[in-house]
Design a protein around this ligand. Structure first.
Ligand code: IDP
Ligand code: MG
Length: 149
C-alpha cells in the first residue's frame, strides 16, 4: 500500500489543531503507521526543503519549520499521496478550498499548517529522511474490508 509523509508544522501545533488534523486523515480512511512530536534541526529542515534552496523564502521557511515542535507522521492507504494533498489544499491558504485543512484554518502561505509529500519518489525520500524503519508500524485495521472491496 502507498505511504506518504505528513508533517503538522509548528504553527499547526501552536494553533492546537493537531487532533483535528489527525481526525480528518483517520475519518477519511487512511492508516497511521508512524507518529512523533519533535523539533527539527536546521540540517533536517534544509534537507527536507532542499528543492527550494534557491528560493527567496528558503531561509525564513527553515527558520519557521525549526522554530518549535512539529508532528511528523506517515499515513498509508490506496492513493494516499494525492488524496492527502487534496485534504491539505492549495499551498496558499487564501486559494485553498473551504473544507481543506489550509482552506479552513490558514490565511498565509508562510503559515500554512501542514506538509504533505507531492509524489511517490518524494514520499519515499521524506519518509526515509524523517523516520527510522523501526519507528514505522505496518498493521492492518480490522475495518479494512469496509474501506476496500
Ligand atoms: P507545498 O507545501 O504545498 O508542497 P511548496 O511549493 O512545495 O508547497 O512550498 C513548500 C513550503 O514553502 C510551503 O508549504 C510554504 O510553507 C513555503 N512557501 C512556498 N511559497 C512561499 C512563499 O512565496 N512565501 C513564503 N513561504 C512559501
Ligand atoms: Mg511541496
Amino acid at each position: 500500500m502507498e505511504r506518504t509523509f505528513i508533517a503538522i508544522k509548528p504553527d499547526g501545533v501552536q494553533r492546537g489543531i493537531v487532533g483535528e488534523i489527525i481526525r480528518r486523515f483517520e475519518a477519511k480512511g487512511f492508516t497511521l503507521v508512524g507518529l512523533k512530536l519533535m523539533q527539527a534541526n536546521r540540517e533536517l529542515a534544509e534537507q527536507h526543503y532542499a528543492v527550494h534552496k534557491e528560493r527567496p523564502f528558503f531561509a525564513g521557511l527553515v527558520e519557521f519549520i525549526t522554530s518549535g515542535p512539529l508532528v511528523a507522521m506517515v499515513w498509508e492507504g490506496d492513493g494516499v499521496i494525492a488524496s492527502a494533498r487534496k485534504l491539505i489544499g492549495a499551498t496558499n491558504p487564501l486559494n485553498a478550498e473551504p473544507g481543506t485543512i489550509r482552506g479552513d484554518y490558514g490565511v498565509s502561505v508562510g503559515r500554512n499548517l501542514i506538509h504533505g509529500s507531492d509524489a511517490p519518489e518524494t514520499a519515499q525520500q521524506e519518509i526515509k529522511l524523517w523516520f527510522k524503519d523501526e519507528e514505522l508500524v505496518g498493521w492492518q485495521p480490522t475495518i479494512t474490508p469496509w474501506l476496500y472491496e
